[in-house]
Design a protein around this ligand. Sequence first.
Ligand code: PEP
Ligand code: MN
Length: 339
Amino acid sequence: MIISMVPKATKEQIEHVCEKIKSFGYTAHPIYGEERVVIGAIGDGKDKDHVISVMESVPGVESVIPILQPFKLVGRELKKDKTIIKIDGFTIGGDQFVVMAGPCSVEYREQILTTAERVKAAGAKVLRGGAYKPRTSPYDFQGLEEEGLKLLAEAREKTGLKIITEIITPENIELVNDYTDIFQVGARNMQNFALLKKLGKVKKPVMLKRGMMSTLKEFLMSAEYIVSQGNSQVVLCERGIRTFETYTRNTLDISAVPALQQLSHLPVIVDPSHGTGKRSLIAPVSKAAVAVGADGLIVEVHPNPEEAYSDGQQSLLPDEFEELMKGVKKYLAVEGKSL
Ligand code: PEP
Ligand code: MN
């Protein structure tokens, strides 16, 4: 349920409401807005109707209403304002459009350093690169693991870019946390609940990719797993879903972007690389992402896509990425956003 406090509620009144909620078996999630504090009472607590009527009479409480959607904390019902994630030097979810770019996999030093320099020069804020790769085949390249993380950190050192890299098991969170700025949860792990719960305890942003067969509701419930454990810094990523179409690798669900933004306050970014699987479709789809109000992009870039260990067919050359960014900038101007 949503407990809205009166605009001038005191700190003591807010604390008292939180205690009271806990005594009924719910957890309290206060959200400090500009005008008032709103407290989410979440969980499987005692008889809701009774609790609502009790809470309505507690001093400082203005109104109490139930949350109808199953995704309580990530939904717009509880929190109307968009979540803006602050990362040293830029924000995700505000007026800035954040572009993350880099190779599918970190392969070797020269590859990641060259890519980092080029994507930075073109306007990217975050360097992507997988060090742990969840490959469909066990015989395919599985990633450089910690060696890859070290190379990413070196690229950050040289360029000032932040790093995003994929985490595939809960056991590796501490290690990856020593290197990364943003955790990436891939499509295949969107419902790895043990992983999500543990990421709910870290103090860094998590970019959660939509599972290839997931509905928006399932996607938001996965985000809810992370937020309910205490980490509210979640970015949603639409990366295409499985349909009967085989021409493209996945079917990018462009309407998911505004739909997710209507349902949730979390930022939403688009992955046109996995969403299409085709280099030639990345630029047009990226423009569409800007037009529907996405908060950013994650794009695969490789200095030599032909020789890439993974996803070469959907990776842009650095020059192509530069062109893409020029095109995106024009559309951002229309939307009143900037890089
Ligand atoms: C990736 O970003 O390289 C990746 C594996 O993406 P997804 O999880 O969306 O398939
Ligand atoms: Mn990839």
